[in-house]
Design a binder for this molecule. Structure first.
Ligand code: IVH
Length: 675
């Protein structure tokens, strides 16, 4: 058995290296080279090995990223050296003053500055010993932070192991939530009536200070590093060298510029202000840092901030406009969301004419009335919102607003559940709910039905051709061609797109169903775990909660979804229409081993377990880890385990390696395998 452990250990280490590499390509280089499914497969193999041989578990294994058990609170960490903050400059003259002070303290010396975006996130510290991540902490008050290691480990761009051997290293950087994740998170919170995060910084902070790391793992954070707080075994001259080393060690490093002349720096700062809106993250300024580390030492620091750096803060992008109307939209889950319809105005890179008002409490708290002049801004550069009313501009003709008591879409009663800020339509068949549900169902990440945009969908609904997503699969050519602006060609294309969506993966279908709180990632996890929609439909809450990353909220929402008879009817129709409801492996269908279930036991000579499994799967078969009546073949190598005995007792055919090769069409060597 020692031999087995030895092999498992080697395989685990090889897998870790490979997974780390793919992680680095995906999260740091933004250049993945394998499909998600392949990556997931490696992770699963590694998890299995670590479970089978607990002595192989390791704190730096990529399997540690999923987020462990919730904790009671965080312990505190004293930083090796204080994590300081930066002095701010808002005006050109403040930048000139800074440059003058620096040059006065370094008479006659050339001074170069590195300029980096100032990311609106949360400063964190990562401490490595012998290249392994030991601890991650928040900045806290600068002296003492909180140990958030488990949460930081869930961030894909945080290396668990450095790409070079170093005795000790403390790295500092900014953990942040990319704009798209922020927008999606707030959308989901709005739908479920939870309070919204005001900006990506708060969202990142709230996410990193979660006691349940699974929650952190489910919200996508990222990290840019920009400093080394402490190191042993390296000698660096300047900040450029620091950034280059960080990159080599496997960290993500943001773009930067080296400039000398203050006029150029000011010009650069001004140019940046329009560019910032095109970034994938929210930036609230630029940081200007002296490049030479020796000069930095001589410049020193005040009690709060270093004298060698300054943050140029962008002016807040706000605008004033007039609210012309307040309309209400019904979302997929029936939540009524009020929106301010305003006179168009330029704001943070786009023209804005609508702003979300979130919910009725927000409108009443801010006393927003129709006709009001309001100050608007974009939360984290993204979602326009009303900051405040300008009461001094009121004329007395402004009209207060209140939430309708009937659904604006279908006229049904609306209810507000206690403890929630959202008001919801109670009608299960509400057309607006249906509309949003259909848009979601056919969207790219869901069933991906090209050609079914809002305009076409509106016409299909108006013609009463469909009442639920499953009806899409019954649309006929005759129905479609008579739709305005839909020629024979587009009708055919649409039907073809609908037809081919039947073959989509199970995870896409689960996501498309629009179960509350079940996003793309949860859908993938559920598909991999349950293998078929049938299995998922009959799960219990506690089974779901046992799955890493599936929390109680997702679990109860899934169970509730399948309890609604209307939902079950739609699923039934989808199945009858021939939509795939099985996970990738078995749905491939084709291949000589289609539908056959294999169990592998003992060591094979010609293949590793992984290779044998891949071979079976490539031929359409499935590999299961335990023998049951539904097993078709048990493949027994050397030293087979109890699965062999079970196969005999159940009368399941047992193949030796030679027979397995014959079945899978592998040419036989002159010498046959064992036995
Ligand atoms: S350097 C001693 N570089 O801004 C200075 N900070 O007010 C160390 N920040 O706490 C910080 N982007 O959270 C630096 N490229 C960047 C930054 C950055 C964002 C944040 C960081 C820091 C705060 C300073």
């Amino acid at each position: 058995m020692d031999h087995d452990i030895e092999r498992a250990k080697e395989r685990a280490e090889a897998l870790r290296k490979e997974i780390e590499d793919h992680n680095h390509r995906y999260y740091v280089m933004d250049n993945p080279t394998i499909a998600d499914a392949q990556y997931d497969k490696m992770i699963r193999e590694l998890e299995k090995l670590e479970k089978q041989y607990p002595s192989l578990a390791s704190p730096y294994s990529p399997t540690q990223r999923v987020g462990g058990q919730p904790r009671e609170g965080f312990s505190t960490v004293r930083h090796i050296s204080p994590m300081m903050s930066l002095a701010n400059a808002f005006e050109e003259y403040e930048l000139r003053d800074f440059d003058r002070r620096v040059r006065q303290a370094l008479p006659g010396e050339p001074v170069n500055y590195v300029i980096e975006p100032k990311i609106d996130g949360l400063a964190v510290s990562l401490y490595y010993e012998n290249s392994i991540l030991l601890r991650g902490a928040t900045r806290g008050d600068g002296e003492i932070g909180e140990d958030i290691s488990e949460n930081l480990k869930t961030i894909g761009s945080v290396p668990l192991r450095l790409r070079q051997v170093l005795p000790a290293l403390e790295v500092r950087g900014e953990a942040y939530m990319p704009k798209d994740s922020f927008a999606r998170l707030n959308e989901a919170r709005e739908e479920s009536g939870e309070p919204l995060f005001a900006n990506p910084r708060n969202a990142a902070a709230g996410t990193l200070r979660q006691l349940d790391p699974r929650v952190t793992a489910s919200r996508k954070l990222s990290l840019y590093t920009y400093d080394i707080g402490y190191s042993e075994g390296i000698d660096l001259q300047d900040h450029m060298g620091v950034l280059a080393l960080l990159k080599e060690l496997g960290f993500r490093v943001n773009d930067f510029t080296l400039l000398e002349d203050i006029d150029k720096i000011i010009e650069y700062c001004m140019d940046w202000q329009s560019q910032r809106f095109d970034l994938t993250y929210a930036a609230d300024g630029l940081v200007i840092k002296v490049n030479s580390l020796d000069q930095r030492r001589r410049l020193g620091a005040t009690t709060k901030s270093p004298r060698w750096a300054i943050a140029y803060k962008f002016p807040p992008e706000q605008a004033v406009t007039t609210v012309r109307n307040i309309t209400v939209r019904v979302g997929r889950t029936g939540a009524l969301t009020p929106t301010a319809e305003m006179d168009p105005v330029r704001l943070a890179g786009t023209t804005v004419s609508r702003a979300t008002l979130h919910n009725e409490d927000n409108i009443h708290d801010k006393d927003i009335r129709i006709g009001d002049r309001v100050l608007i801004q974009k939360a984290g550069d993204i979602i326009p919102e009303v900051v405040a009313v300008l009461p001094e501009e009121r004329k007395g003709t402004e009209k207060p607003w209140s939430m309708p008591t009937e659904c604006p879409s279908c006229g049904s009663r609306v209810v507000r559940v206690e403890g929630e800020s959202a008001v919801r339509c109670t009608n299960i068949a509400c057309p607006d709910k249906l509309w949003e549900g259909l848009i979601h169902f056919s969207s790219r990440h869901a069933m991906d039905i090209a050609g079914l945009g809002p305009a076409v969908l509106a016409q299909i609904l108006a013609a009463r051709l469909i009442r639920d997503p499953a009806d899409l699969y019954n649309l006929r050519y005759e129905d479609l061609v008579i739709i305005e602006r839909m020629g024979p060609k587009s009708a055919q294309n649409l039907l073809r797109a609908i037809e081919s969506s039947k073959k989509n993966s199970l995870s896409k279908l689960i996501f498309a169903l629009g179960i509350r709180h079940v996003g793309e990632r949860a859908a993938k996890i559920l598909a991999a775990h349950y293998g078929s929609l049938d299995n998922l439909m009959s799960v219990r809450e506690e089974d779901l909660e046992a799955i890493p990353e599936i929390g109680p909220k997702i679990a109860s929402s899934i169970v509730a979804f399948f309890e609604v008879p209307q939902n079950m009817r739609v699923i039934d129709k989808l199945v009858r229409a021939g939509v795939n409801t099985r996970a990738e492996k078995s749905s491939r269908g084709a291949g000589p081993l289609a539908g056959k279930v294999f169990v592998l036991t003992g060591a094979l000579e010609g293949f590793s377990r992984q290779e044998a499994q891949e071979l079976v799967e490539s031929l359409g078969g499935k590999v299961s880890s335990s023998v049951s009546r539904s097993t078709d073949y048990v493949v027994a190598g050397e030293d087979p385990g109890s699965k062999y005995d079970k196969a005999i007792s159940l009368g399941i055919p047992i193949l030796d390696e030679g027979e397995f090769k014959a079945l899978t069409g592998i040419p036989q060597a002159t010498e046959a395998g064992p036995k």
